[in-house]
Design a protein around this ligand. Structure first.
Ligand code: AP5
Length: 194
């Protein structure tokens, strides 16, 4: 399975991505996790990414593309992947297509959109802030991340819909219930019923 996860911050990409990766036996590749690890360990990449991340802006394409290029070249990604948080703008979606071609890997099969409304997102991420203290889970930054998502990432839904690869699943309700809905939608796409 070669799947990308699209959805606003807090829509459940990480939560569902873990379950999908386990179900399909492929790695979950999260650019957000990779960037946070780089910030934590104080690498050059982390230093360059931190200001944008703390403000809720997108990190420069060249920094995230490097992460994805390196990760996709590892052997465990040759059988598939769940890409969480990449691509996030039109340029990145084109770069991903080129990276897969360059590495002689098949194209993305499914783009999953987890649809969650803004107030549910704010409430989830404020709850996470009190538990985990993630630097970008402050209300003004959360709202800025939502704006960035709407301006930069939401247009990708159209990009993948035109290729008949988009599945949209409501991202509200129980985690297992959402996961079951995703699996049914994936089966429908794979069998040409969607
Ligand atoms: P990233 O780490 O990708 O963050 P995000 O998109 O803001 O998403 P989150 O991790 O906040 O949420 P999620 O959708 O994964 O939901 P989750 O499962 O965690 O990116 C962070 C930053 O890195 C970006 O702002 C940017 O600066 C930079 N970056 C990353 N990729 C980039 C790229 N390609 N280009 C440029 N910059 C990039 O769930 C959220 C919470 O909700 C959790 O507490 C969870 O337990 C809870 N939850 C999950 N499901 C449910 C449910 N069904 N009901 C109730 N609560 C739920």
């Amino acid at each position: 399975m070669r799947m990308i996860l699209l959805g606003a911050p807090g829509s459940g990409k990480g939560t569902q991505g873990e379950k999908l990766a386990a179900a399909f036996g492929v790695p979950r590749i999260s650019t957000g996790d990779a960037l946070r690890a780089a910030v934590k360990s104080g690498t050059e990449l982390g230093r360059r990414a931190k200001t944008a991340m703390d403000a809720g802006d997108l990190v420069a394409d060249e920094l995230v593309v490097g992460i994805v290029e390196e990760r996709l070249s590892l052997p465990d990604a040759s059988e598939g992947f769940i890409l969480d948080g990449f691509p996030r703008n039109t340029a990145q979606s084109r770069i991903l297509d080129q990276l897969l071609l360059k590495n002689h890997l098949p194209a993305v099969e499914v783009a999953l959109h987890l649809d969650v409304d803004d107030e549910e997102i704010v409430s989830r991420l404020l709850a996470r802030a009190s538990e985990q203290g993630r630097a970008d889970d402050r209300e003004e930054v959360i709202r800025s991340r939502i704006r960035v998502y709407n301006n930069e990432t939401h247009p990708l839904l159209d990009y993948y819909a035109k290729q008949n690869k988009l599945i949209a699943v409501p991202g509200v309700g129980g985690v297992n219930e959402i996961f079951d809905a995703i699996r049914l939608a994936v089966i429908a796409v794979e069998s040409g019923l969607a």
